[in-house]
Design a protein around this ligand. Structure first.
Ligand SMILES: NC(=O)c1ccc[n+]([C@@H]2O[C@H](COP(=O)([O-])OP(=O)(O)OC[C@H]3O[C@@H](n4cnc5c(N)ncnc54)[C@H](OP(=O)(O)O)[C@@H]3O)[C@@H](O)[C@H]2O)c1
Length: 309
């Protein structure tokens, strides 16, 4: 049986080497060189073209190359009943925590304003509150959001988290569900989005949400571009409702050269690098699932197709 690799951003050579080191007899095939499709029983994918997976009649598992699975569930022809797994990985979690801490601290310490002052040769002290007086809110308190919230709280920030279901997390103010969103936003000066992209969360970063934040709030979107209503962000920045935004993810990636976000002085852009998938770390859980499948054991990191994450 064979594994089919399909991604236009991850290195097939690197992934092939890492996986064959762990599963020496693995038949690793790189799309579009599928060979006999009936022999393929697993697929390791990032943004597979719609219909590709439906064309693999012996498919027993679909492995996402990322923590998110929206790129798989977006396929209207996705085979029903084939388990989908996602990445849960300490290396990825660490990278995301670093990214979130950096951009929260950058805003908190007014780094951009000092950089602008330096360009003008201006020596002027700007006030900033103690971390305990800075209210940060993390939307999505799962593997990545939970770790970022914990690290922010450990630095002394006043942290709240927002999730779908009620959960306890010591040292973090918890909000959940439709009723919890507004009070969560009302107290949040720096908002970090780490939600999965699902039917319930698409377009959640919109005018209504921005209006519920305090004036001059800051947005850090490290989840998915389709969480954000782009025109609503531009309007919120123009009105001063938001002071700025750090965006790592975009509806259209790579972000087109003509996009109004590029020259915007209040927007920081990074090219979807907040937490990259490093095969040296992540190949282990893919290999584990290949072995489990062969042994007839339950897979790890399986997502709930009903919830979409
Ligand atoms: N930029 C990057 O480089 C990068 C890298 C990796 C991942 N990501 C993004 O990060 C996302 C989160 O990853 P993760 O591993 O932390 O996911 P996760 O462990 O599945 O956690 C998801 C969290 O979101 C909450 N949630 C889901 N739907 C919700 C809703 N409708 N309302 C409120 N809360 C909701 C969940 O609530 P419950 O706790 O109640 O279930 C959970 O706390 C991924 O889906 C991906 O899009 C980005």
């Amino acid at each position: 049986m064979a594994l089919l690799f399909r991604s236009d951003i991850d290195s097939p050579a690197w992934w092939g080497d890492e996986l064959r080191a762990l599963v020496p007899d693995l038949d690793f095939r790189v799309w579009p060189d599928t060979g006999a499709v009936a022999e393929i029983d697993t697929a390791l994918v990032w943004r597979p073209e719609p219909g590709l997976l439906a064309g693999l009649p012996g498919l027993k598992a679909i492995f996402s190359l990322g923590a998110g699975v929206d790129h798989i569930f977006a396929d209207p022809d996705l085979p029903v009943g084939v388990p989908v797994t996602r990445v849960v990985d300490a290396d990825m979690t660490g990278r995301m925590t670093e990214y979130v801490l950096f951009h929260v601290l950058r805003r908190h310490l007014r780094h951009d304003e000092y950089r602008d002052q330096q360009a003008r040769g201006e020596w002027r002290e700007l006030a900033h509150p103690a971390a305990a007086e800075r209210r940060v809110g993390v939307m999505g308190l799962g593997v990545l959001g939970g770790a970022a919230a914990r690290a922010l709280a450990d630095l002394g920030f006043d942290v709240a988290g927002y999730s779908r279901r009620a959960r306890d997390m010591p040292g973090i103010d918890r909000f959940h569900g439709a009723d919890g969103l507004e009070p969560f936003l009302n107290r949040t000066e720096i908002l970090v989005c780490l939600l999965p992209l699902t039917a319930a969360t698409a377009g959640i970063l919109d005018e209504r949400l921005f209006d519920a934040l305090p004036d001059g709030a800051w947005l850090i979107n490290v989840a998915r571009g389709n969480h954000l209503v782009e025109d609503d962000l531009l309007a919120a920045l123009a009105s001063g409702r938001l002071a700025g935004a750090t965006l790592d993810v975009f509806a259209d990636e790579p972000l087109p050269a003509s996009h109004p976000f590029w020259p915007h002085p209040a927007i920081t852009i990074t090219p979807h690098i907040a937490a990259i998938s490093d095969p040296r770390s992540i190949a282990k859980q893919v290999a584990e699932n290949i072995t489990r499948l062969r042994d007839g054991r339950a897979l790890i990191n399986v997502v709930d197709p009903g919830a979409g994450y």
